[in-house]
Design a protein. Structure first.
Length: 146
């Protein structure tokens, strides 16, 4: 039996697409249970409010509860270590901030290596810094004369 070239190409494309289809089907099952989002800073801070808004949005979108768990203390190291010690199954997430970036320099004996032990999942917020506009001479003269 001789297959036409077009049928062979269709079979090859389907065979190549099968592994990706199984990953897509597997990914749709997440989350199948509540997800903990650990915030390593005190409640009512900007990061906590951001986490609660994102948790609510994800709960509505994915149909599963996102529990916000505040673990302040130790310069955010207590909450970060709780995430590092949790199983790496995607059901314990960490809200990371600039404080995590400097902790390795501030603390000599951490029980984790942030770069090695934490994997980024998504970017949530971005800081935008713009240098101040140069002031005109008239504005400077008025402010100095008062």
């Amino acid at each position: 039996m001789k297959l036409p070239r077009r049928q062979i190409l269709h079979l090859a494309v389907c065979a190549a697409a099968l592994p990706s289809l199984s990953r897509v089907a597997w990914a749709q099952a997440y989350p199948s249970r509540p997800v903990r989002l650990i915030v390593p800073i005190a409640p009512a801070c900007a990061g906590d409010i951001t986490a609660r808004l994102i948790g609510q949005w994800l709960s509505e979108r994915l149909g599963q509860q996102f529990v916000i768990d505040n673990r302040p203390g130790g310069g955010s190291n207590i909450g970060t270590e709780a995430v590092v010690r949790a199983p790496a199954d995607g059901y314990t997430l960490l809200l990371v901030g600039s404080f995590n970036a400097v902790n390795a320099a501030f603390y000599d004996k951490l029980n984790f290596n942030f770069i090695r032990d934490i994997a980024p999942v998504a970017g949530i917020t971005a800081a935008l810094w713009r240098p101040p506009a140069p002031a005109s001479g008239a504005i400077l003269r008025e402010s100095c004369s008062n």
